[in-house]
Design a protein around this ligand. Structure first.
Ligand code: HEM
Ligand code: HEM
Length: 199
């Protein structure tokens, strides 16, 4: 798919930091892979909490959860803005049902990347606790309890977070399918050497 793209003019990024129709640029890649690591941290911590209960190791992960989650939310906002700015010169998904599924899948990932931390922050505000990010008070608590914010967070934060994990598993599975079944690798768009023009 990507290999058949031979549009050398639009393959050149307008800046070396931006995306091209062949590959994602360094900013997109940095955001994608650093956020993937931070998500792995969040899910590992919460998975261990479910599996082991309250142990010192779990306590360590739980202690960083709100800070890392808030950082992820800020990065997701930056990433969405960067994605919009680069929308016209990103690697295309082509036409048809698979392309539509890829587009909707990425959109769904963005939606969950934003709503999952927003629900937790809403709950932290509504409960009056507020949030400190790596020790820095960033969000104050509400002066009085706001029950609907607490209820929304309790009902949906964990549930949607696990849904996000399931979608990420599907996302990674599709990367493998592209590479090994359909033989139209998409991984090179997000990883490996970048080329300035089409091969
Ligand atoms: C995108 C970032 C985040 C991800 C992926 C994430 C993921 C998760 C997961 C998987 C759970 C376990 C749910 C369960 O026990 O079944 C959880 C729980 C929790 N998270 Fe997050 N979280 C994120 C951001 C945040 C933020 C920013 C805060 C605080 C401001 C927060 C506070 C909590 C709390 C208090 C719990 C325990 C109560 C509950 O299950 O809802 N999380 N989170
Ligand atoms: C080992 C883990 C991962 C691998 C191998 C992987 C691989 C890829 C690849 C190859 C692409 C380019 C696909 C294309 O252009 O059609 C991509 C794009 C994307 N990935 Fe991942 N990914 C991983 C983890 C994640 C995680 C954890 C998230 C979010 C929670 C995520 C969200 C996205 C999104 C939204 C895109 C669209 C481009 C963008 O706006 O950044 N990925 N990924």
């Amino acid at each position: 798919m990507a290999h058949s793209l031979r549009n050398t003019a639009s393959a050149r990024p307008s800046s070396s930091l931006g995306d091209t129709v062949l590959q994602y640029g360094p900013v997109t890649r940095l955001l994608h892979w650093s956020m993937a690591l931070l998500f792995a941290w969040q899910f590992l911590g919460m998975g261990l909490r479910l599996a082991l209960g309250r142990t010192p190791l779990v306590g360590f992960f739980v202690g960083t959860h709100a800070s890392v989650g808030s950082l992820l939310m800020a990065l997701a906002v930056l990433r969405a803005l960067w994605g919009l700015a680069n929308l016209k010169r990103r690697p295309p998904h082509g036409e048809g049902l698979v392309a539509l599924a890829a587009r909707l899948g990425h959109l769904g990932l963005y939606g969950l990347m934003l709503i999952v931390p927003v629900l937790a922050l809403l709950r932290a505000y509504g409960s009056g606790r507020g949030v400190a990010v790596f020790g820095l008070p960033v969000l104050p608590g509400a002066p009085e309890k706001v029950q609907w914010m607490i209820d929304a967070g309790n009902a949906a934060h964990g549930l949607l977070a696990w849904t996000l994990l399931a979608m990420v598993a599907g996302h990674v599975a599709m990367v493998v399918v592209h590479r090994h079944v359909w033989k139209d690798d998409v991984l090179h768009r997000m990883a490996g050497r970048r080329t300035a023009t089409a091969q």
